[in-house]
Write a protein that binds this ligand. Structure first.
Ligand code: HBI
Ligand code: FE
Length: 296
């Protein structure tokens, strides 16, 4: 499953362990963290991309764009249409100028995964951290961490949808609050099952809006067409209880009715929900609950 993040809070194998040694290879984290600004941003050194990197971008793009029709949601398709990704690695300034006009978001270049609080602080201020480097050739089909293809192809188009852009900002603000409440493992699952692996119901069947799916050549089809996974109607508490796998296609997807539904369902203060979650068991990724509403 090509998409991208490494260890996150809420992950099935080790729920409490978030990335904490940024730039240190003991975590397998990639990137050069020596030249970062205090907010972990760097310049996109466009001249540093080799022709082989540009060629790899174009091949990743051509493979994935073929798979978008009939699998991605309309909002994503419309935004991707306006993005000039075909010719080579996009420039941050160019795409930021487009985004600013659409929703006021900006892109900032980062060396890879950044600490949770730094990540949330950027989102809360309508800045999306995009990893500046591109995966290597042997990672063409699968990469664990976010690279520039995952971030630009998967995440950036959705930031053009106003209500989704507002959801992302609210998520950042919620993250800063959750950190203080010791609730990150629950909130991280919301990010996972919406921003990374979310589906939306349409008249033509489920469609992808999750960046982890949209940037994956295998999962973009699997998520909306395979009979194997469970597709469960969006349920905030259920999502926050649900463990996930980072090393395989998801066993359960959560399906929203609309982006307004997503925004409104996540607008209230989560503090009472977090208190309740302390009393509830985590659910394995393949759990079937009798009260799950399946989307067919
Ligand atoms: N850093 N660059 C980057 N990209 C992410 O998606 C990211 C991150 N740091 C932390 C993080 N995600 C997660 O902890 C949150 O999604 C919960
Ligand atoms: Fe991502």
């Amino acid at each position: 499953m090509a998409r991208g993040t490494s260890t996150r809070p809420g992950e099935a194998s080790d729920p409490e362990d978030g990335p904490d040694n940024y730039g240190q290879t003991s975590h397998g984290l990639r990137g050069d963290y020596h030249r970062i600004r205090p907010d972990y941003t760097v310049e996109q050194d466009y001249g540093a991309y080799a022709e082989a990197d540009q060629d790899r971008w174009r091949r990743l793009y051509r493979r994935q764009i073929e798979l978008v029709p009939g699998r991605a949601c309309d909002e994503y398709v419309a935004a991707l249409d306006g993005l000039d990704y075909a010719g080579g690695i996009p420039r941050f300034e160019t795409v930021t100028a487009q985004l600013q006009t659409a929703t006021g978001w900006r892109l900032v270049a980062v060396p890879g995964l950044v600490p949770d609080l730094v990540f949330f602080e950027h989102l809360a201020n309508r800045r999306f951290p995009v990893t500046w480097w591109i995966r290597e050739e042997h990672e063409f089909d699968y990469i664990v961490e976010p690279d520039i293809f995952h971030d630009f192809f998967g995440h950036v188009p959705m930031l053009f949808t106003p209500v989704f852009a507002d959801y992302m900002e609210a998520y950042g603000k919620g993250g800063l609050k959750a950190e203080g409440l010791g609730a990150l493992k629950w909130l991280a699952r919301l990010y996972w099952y919406t921003v990374e692996f979310g589906l939306i119901r349409t008249a033509n069947g489920p469609r992808n809006y999750g960046a982890g799916i949209l940037s994956s050549p295998g999962e973009i089809d699997y998520a909306v067409r395979s009979p194997e996974p469970r597709r469960v109607a969006f349920d905030l508490k259920r999502i926050m209880r649900s463990l996930y796998r980072i090393d395989a296609f998801q066993e359960t997807y959560f399906v929203i009715e609309s982006f307004d539904q997503l925004f409104e369902a996540t607008a209230p203060d989560f503090t009472p929900l977090y208190r309740e979650l302390e009393t509830l068991e985590d659910l394995p990724a393949n759990t079937a609950l009798p009260q799950d509403r399946l989307v067919t």
